[in-house]
Design a protein around this ligand. Structure first.
Ligand code: NI
Ligand code: MN
Length: 226
């Protein structure tokens, strides 16, 4: 069992009943966020890249929970240097953590700190916990290797950006969902700002048309993978 709670934008809390992991917790300054970082109890943050609409409140969450960031090597090294405990990984590598397994994937995007400093490659993450596997694509354009990601691990839920402009749009996300071949497809990175506005009815219809199940979560809503 794995509970997936939507924080808005690309942020999610994963909870298997024993452990909590948060992905891309962008809360402060996020017009759609409904909670603040003090309510996040997760000990692990998976950070897909350094952009503030993903890294968000990670520093505060790690400090208050005595936690660990899981991210790509260059970014992890930087975070460790500023006192933020981080576990460095490389694309294609996996590691078993106390809560489960994390494997980093490619993502076609950028990754820079607020001062413009380069923070290594952006990533997606395949996360297995509670006996279920999710693939959070991070910020990315469509790429054919998503087929391989879906072949190497049986993905139960695919978390995909649909907002266009910075990432895939709905039609590319539908093609990505075909490649990944997960039963459930959860949209993210949309409607946070007018630039990212998308029609989730259109998304849901197109996902159903390829035989997959769309799960459009309201902010704060939880979907349970059983
Ligand atoms: Ni980004
Ligand atoms: Mn983004």
């Amino acid at each position: 069992m794995l509970k997936i709670t939507y924080l808005s934008h690309s942020g999610f809390i994963l909870d298997d009943g024993a452990n909590q992991v948060v992905i891309d917790p962008f809360l402060s300054g996020n017009p759609k966020a409904q909670i603040d970082y003090t309510q996040i109890q997760a000990k692990y943050v998976v950070a897909t890249h350094a952009h503030n609409d993903h890294f968000g409140d990670t520093l505060e969450i790690i400090r208050q929970n005595n936690g660990t960031v899981i991210t790509v090597n260059e970014f992890a090294n930087y975070l460790n240097s500023i006192g933020c405990n981080s576990h460095a990984m490389g694309i294609g590598g996996a590691h078993m953590f106390p809560f489960g397994r994390v494997k980093l994937t490619i993502a076609h995007h950028g990754s820079s700190w607020t001062n413009g400093e380069y923070m290594g490659n952006p990533v997606g993450a395949v996360i297995t916990m509670g006996g279920k596997t999710i693939y959070h694509a991070g910020d990315t354009g469509l790429f054919l290797d998503m087929k391989l990601i879906g072949e190497r691990d049986k993905i139960d839920a695919f978390l995909t950006p649909i907002g266009d402009n910075f990432t895939m749009d709905i039609d590319d996300a539908v093609k990505a969902a075909e490649f990944v071949n997960a039963e459930y497809v959860i949209p993210m990175h949309y409607n946070t700002y007018p630039l990212l506005n998308q029609n989730t009815d259109d998304f849901a219809e197109k996902i159903r048309a390829i035989g997959k199940k769309p799960i459009v979560l309201d902010v704060g809503e939880t979907f349970i993978l059983k």
